[in-house]
Design a protein around this ligand. Structure first.
Ligand code: MG
Length: 159
């Protein structure tokens, strides 16, 4: 068994849709990014690559590459899962905490879990998503964006 840690944050931007875990969340802002700004998927990808010691999201999908402009992060997650499988690993479970003051994410959590489970070919019980505020502290607490912490457990096919 191997564990990996992922973190990502993005600031809000007008004129974009807010997408978390591949699910569009009704809100007045989206997240500024080279891709679609799915901060949750980005943190999960870093946790997965970290667990396998295969680098990070930036080394696989550089934001200087026009290929990834406006990219659907669901596709990036599928690439990452394939990279892990090619290296001989399978995902055991993933746990994530999304931190933001707004929007309220609790009504969307189950849909996000289902979306991620489907993308990764896992059961929903293997995908945990939690949401909390930053108690109005610091930039995230001032409502300027969203941050996500994620951990992933993986195991070798050979174990
Ligand atoms: Mg990101």
């Amino acid at each position: 068994m191997r564990v990996g840690l992922g973190y990502d944050s993005h600031v809000f931007e007008q004129g974009k849709s807010l997408v978390l875990g591949g699910v569009e969340i009704p809100f007045e802002y989206g997240l500024k990014a080279h891709s679609d700004g799915d901060v949750l998927i980005h943190a999960i990808i870093d946790a997965l690559y970290g667990a396998a010691a295969l680098g990070d999201i930036g080394s696989h999908f550089p934001d200087t590459d026009e290929k990834w402009r406006g990219a659907d992060s669901r596709r990036l997650l599928e690439f990452a899962a394939k990279d892990l499988a090619s290296a001989g690993f399978r995902i055991v479970n993933i746990d994530s905490t999304i931190i933001c003051e707004r929007p309220k994410l609790v009504p969307h959590i189950e849909k996000i879990r289902a979306s991620l489970a489907k993308l990764l070919g896992k059961e929903e019980r293997d995908i945990s998503i939690k949401a909390k505020t930053n108690e109005k502290m610091d930039a995230v607490g001032e409502g300027r964006g969203i941050a996500v912490h994620s951990v992933a457990l993986i195991e070798s096919y050979k174990e």
